[in-house]
Design a protein around this ligand. Structure first.
Ligand code: G3H
Ligand code: 13P
Ligand code: ZN
Length: 343
């Protein structure tokens, strides 16, 4: 059993009208939490690592942990994806490390902050597609910029400026044709991190209509929703009950994500909800017993809390029950398919 290309999974999701959560990881417990949730729900898995995660784990730890996840769960198809690659070089080094999917985020320049030109985005994305497809590796691209900057990369856009950088559906069709990407991340008003909205989002700030419009023009393109944590009040409340001071905040309601999935969203990025679950569980252990110092005493409940939230998302996105249906396609087979598809 080996890691599979993401394209295989997204194609299956499209054929069967479901979405797949892509969960960020930085350590063993997070990978274990995802695999526990996948086993319990028979879900295919996308594990993703940001540049920060790769540097935190030094690549080699991450690679071996992922191989362990695959070895211990032969019945679960697993994708290992580079989240927000900032340059072709980052994507190529991920491929060298065994990632079966990469995101070339050319919506921002290589600094991960400055919105780029359309031409720059096409150029870097095309470069990655040419190499990745030869190796059977999937490529996610991004058009338009997410709001906020709080976590990971982002241009820090708010208000009018953020609205001006939502994905333009007409340009999306051109971009997919110009780059040959497998999946397209779209900007619809979400942002990374816990502070997305100051009240439950309505259609004027969370622009699901943009997704519907892109789906009309590109019915066969797999869309990706970034910044899709729901920031559940119950998880924030646990943190605050045990000493945290997280202000009132709102994420993307699960039912809105489900609407997106009905309109062509196939990959749903979730990081913050896992972080909240982990932090709440650890805070609770420390508050309940201030004498605790064995890391297993707090990492075990932290892992279980993340597994719970991941499991809930896997069920809500519809990927539960599909793991066993997915054919194990190798990178070589996938590379040949790209040749047959003409690139
Ligand atoms: O891109 C955003 C993800 O949540 C990853 O965040 O860069 O802090 O690892 P990170
Ligand atoms: P959240 O911060 O909403 O979990 O988004 C994660 C993400 O988009 C990773 O690329
Ligand atoms: Zn993202």
């Amino acid at each position: 059993m080996a890691l599979i290309p993401m394209r295989v999974l997204l194609d299956h999701a499209a054929e069967n009208n479901y979405g797949v959560g892509a969960f960020n990881v930085n350590n063993m417990e997070q990978i274990q939490a995802i695999m526990m949730a996948a086993r319990e729900t028979d879900s295919p898995v996308i594990v993703q690592a940001s540049r920060g995660a790769r540097s935190y784990t030094d690549d080699a730890y991450l690679r071996h942990l992922m191989l362990a996840a695959v070895e211990l769960n032969p019945e679960i198809p697993v994708v290992m994806h580079q989240d927000h690659g900032n340059s072709p070089a980052t994507c190529f080094s991920a491929i060298q490390q065994g990632f079966t999917s990469v995101m070339m985020d050319g919506s921002l320049e290589a600094d991960g902050k400055t919105p780029s030109s359309y031409e720059y985005n096409v150029d870097v994305t095309r470069k990655v597609v040419e190499v990745a497809h030869t190796l059977g590796v999937t490529v996610e691209a991004e058009l338009g910029c997410l709001g906020g900057i709080e976590d990971g990369q982002g241009a820090g856009l708010t208000g009018e400026e953020a609205l001006a950088h939502l994905t333009d559906p007409a340009q999306a069709a051109q971009f997919v044709a110009d780059t040959g990407c497998d999946a397209l991340a779209v900007a619809i008003g979400t942002s990374h991190g816990a502070y997305k909205f100051t009240k439950k989002p309505t259609g004027d700030v969370l622009r699901m209509d943009v997704i519907q419009e892109i789906h009309k023009r590109l019915p066969n393109t797999h869309m990706v929703m970034h910044g899709s944590s729901s920031v559940p009040k119950e998880l924030v409340d646990i943190i605050n009950e045990y000493g945290g001071t997280i202000p009132e905040t709102y994420g993307v309601p699960v039912e809105e994500i489900q609407r997106g999935i009905a309109s062509g969203v196939r990959k749903v990025n979730v990081d913050t909800d896992s972080r909240l679950a982990i932090t709440g569980a650890i805070r609770k252990v420390f508050a309940d017993d201030t004498k605790v110092f064995d890391p297993r005493t707090y990492l075990k409940p932290a892992r279980a809390a993340m597994a719970e939230v991941v499991k809930a998302r896997m069920i809500a996105f519809g990927q539960a029950g599909h793991a066993s249906e997915i054919r194990r396609v190798t990178l070589t087979e996938m590379a040949n398919r790209y040749v047959d598809m003409g690139g």
